[in-house]
Design a protein around this ligand. Structure first.
Ligand SMILES: Cc1cc2nc3c(=O)[nH]c(=O)nc-3n(C[C@H](O)[C@H](O)[C@H](O)COP(=O)(O)OP(=O)(O)OC[C@H]3O[C@@H](n4cnc5c(N)ncnc54)[C@H](O)[C@@H]3O)c2cc1C
Length: 403
C-alpha cells in the first residue's frame, strides 16, 4: 500500500507515524510544500510547544472547539489527551502539566517535539520530500494521482491523507474545492481587540482575573482573565470571544461594542450589596482608597474617573445616584472595538474543508474514497491551551490508522 501524506506539519507527521504504527508494511511519503518541516510546532507556545491540555473529560474538552465539537467528541474516544501524553512519554519526551492544565515538554523547548517526530519518522522509514507542494489531485482506476507545483511528474498512491493546515485565503483551498469538497469560508480566529479611541489602554499590563465580556447586539459572551494592552484588550476572556465569535466579528468588520462586567456578576443587587457593605464598614474612608472586589488599584481609579465621582468623596456620601453609577460601571462598562491584532502565541483559521464532507469515524472524505483529512485543513479549531495540537494529533491518528 502506497500512502501519501500532504503537509509536513503537526498533523502530517502524526498521520504518517500512525500509518506506520498500524500498517508497518505501507510505503509512506510526506510531501511538504516548503523547505521547512514542522515550522508551526517550532514557534508554537512561544517556542515551548503546548502539546495538549490535561483535561480528561471528553464533553468538557470538546467544548473548547467553536468548530468541530461534534466530530471531536467521537474522535477523542479513539485518541484522547491522555493518549497524547502516553504517546510522548513512551518516546522519552518528558512532559509537565502546568496549573492551568496546559502540557509542555519538560525541556520547555519545542525542538524536543520536532526531534521526536523526525527521529520516529526516520526509524520507521518514512520518506520525506521537501519543496513538493501538491497542486492537484485526481482519481483514476482506484488510484490517486498527485501533481506538484514544481515537479512535472505525477505520482500515484492507494491512499492520500491531506494535512495542509489552515489556509487564511480561500484560494489556498481551491484545489480541494476543485475535486468536489465544500469549503467553509476561512476567517481568522484567536485575536485580540483594538480600542484606539479608548483611554483604558493607558492601563496596559493590568489583569482582571475574572471578567465577563459580551458583544453588544449578539449572544456572544465569555468569562476569564482579561488583560489590558497598549492597543486594547487581550487575555483568555477576549481570545475565547474571538474564537467563538470569529464569523460574527468578521461580518462586523471587527467593529463592535464590548461590554465588560469587571466583577463577573450579572445580578445588580449583588453588586449593590457589596457596595453597601463597603459603606457600612468604611463610611469615613474615601472612594479612591477602598476597592470593591479588590479590583486592581489603577483600574479602580480609572473607573472612578470615568464615573465622574470625586475620588476623595467619602463612601458614606456616595448617595443613590453614585451607587447606581458604580453598579453600572462595574457590570456594564462599554468600549468601542475597532479592529483586531493577531495574538502572537497562537492563531488559527476558522473554516476549511466542511465537516459535512467528512466521515467522523474515519476522517475519510465522503466525496472521494481513499482520501482522508487531518488537522486544521478541516473546519476545526480550538481556543488556546493545547487544544489545537490535540485535535491535530487525534484526527491524524485516526486518519493514519484507518487509511
Ligand atoms: C504562532 C503560533 C503558535 C501556536 N501555538 C500553539 C500551541 O502552543 N498549542 C496548540 O495546540 N496550538 C498552537 N498553535 C496552533 C497549531 O500550530 C496548529 O493548529 C497546528 O499546527 C495545525 O497543524 P496542521 O498540521 O494541521 O497544520 P500546519 O502545522 O500548518 O502544517 C501544514 C503543513 O502543510 C504544508 N502545506 C500546505 N499546503 C501544502 C500543499 N499544497 N502541498 C504540500 N504541503 C503543503 C504547510 O507548508 C505546512 O508545513 C499555534 C499556532 C501559531 C500560528
Amino acid at each position: 500500500m502506497k500512502v501519501a501524506v500532504i503537509g509536513g506539519g503537526a498533523a502530517g507527521f502524526f498521520a504518517a507515524l500512525s500509518v506506520k504504527q498500524h500498517h508497518p508494511k505501507a510505503q509512506v511519503s510526506i510531501f511538504e510544500k516548503t523547505q521547512k518541516l514542522l515550522s508551526k510546532v517550532k514557534i508554537s507556545g512561544g517556542g515551548r510547544c503546548n502539546v495538549t491540555n490535561a483535561c480528561t473529560s471528553i464533553s468538557q474538552l470538546s467544548k473548547a472547539y467553536p468548530r468541530g465539537e461534534k466530530l471531536l467528541k467521537k474522535a477523542f474516544r479513539v485518541f484522547s489527551t491522555q493518549d497524547t501524553m502516553e504517546w510522548f512519554r513512551a518516546r522519552r519526551v518528558g512532559l509537565v502539566i502546568q496549573e492551568d492544565n496546559c502540557v509542555f515538554p519538560k525541556t520547555q523547548d519545542s525542538q524536543t517535539v520536532i526531534d521526536c517526530f523526525t527521529r520516529e519518522a526516520s526509524r520507521l522509514g518514512i520518506d520525506i520530500r521537501k519543496g513538493m507542494g501538491v497542486s492537484k489531485l485526481e482519481r483514476k482506476l482506484g488510484k490517486i494521482g498527485l501533481s506538484f507545483i514544481k515537479d512535472p511528474e505525477e505520482q500515484w498512491f492507494d491512499k492520500v491523507i491531506i494535512a495542509t493546515g489552515g489556509s487564511p485565503k480561500r484560494s489556498g483551498l481551491q484545489w480541494l474545492e476543485d475535486i468536489g469538497h465544500k469549503i467553509e469560508e476561512p476567517v481568522p480566529s484567536l485575536f485580540t481587540f483594538n480600542m484606539p479611541q479608548e483611554k483604558i489602554t493607558r492601563l496596559m499590563g493590568i489583569v482582571v482575573e475574572n471578567a465577563l465580556v459580551t458583544i453588544q447586539g449578539t449572544k456572544l459572551k465569555s468569562t476569564g482573565p482579561l488583560l489590558i494592552t497598549h492597543w486594547g484588550m487581550s487575555g483568555p476572556a477576549i481570545l475565547k470571544l474571538s474564537a467563538f465569535g470569529a464569523r460574527i466579528l468578521h461580518a462586523k468588520n471587527y467593529t463592535c461594542k464590548a461590554q465588560v462586567n469587571w466583577v463577573n456578576t450579572v445580578n445588580h443587587d449583588e453588586v449593590a450589596l457589596e457596595i453597601k457593605n463597603i459603606i457600612g464598614q468604611f463610611p469615613k474612608r474615601i472612594l479612591a482608597n477602598i476597592r470593591p472586589y479588590f479590583l486592581p488599584e489603577r483600574l479602580w481609579h480609572f473607573l472612578l474617573e470615568k464615573s465622574g465621582l470625586p475620588p476623595d468623596k467619602k463612601w458614606e456620601n456616595l448617595g443613590k445616584k453614585g451607587m447606581n453609577k458604580l453598579v453600572t460601571l462595574l457590570t456594564n462598562d462599554v468600549y468601542d472595538v475597532s479592529g483586531k491584532t493577531t495574538f502572537k502565541e497562537e492563531f488559527v483559521t476558522c473554516g476549511g474543508v466542511s465537516l459535512s464532507n467528512i466521515d467522523y469515524k474515519t476522517m475519510q472524505s465522503k466525496v472521494l474514497a481513499n482520501i482522508y483529512f487531518a488537522g486544521e485543513v478541516m473546519d476545526i479549531d480550538g481556543i488556546t491551551g493545547g487544544y489545537n495540537f490535540q485535535s491535530a494529533w487525534t484526527t491524524a491518528f485516526i486518519a493514519g490508522k484507518l487509511a
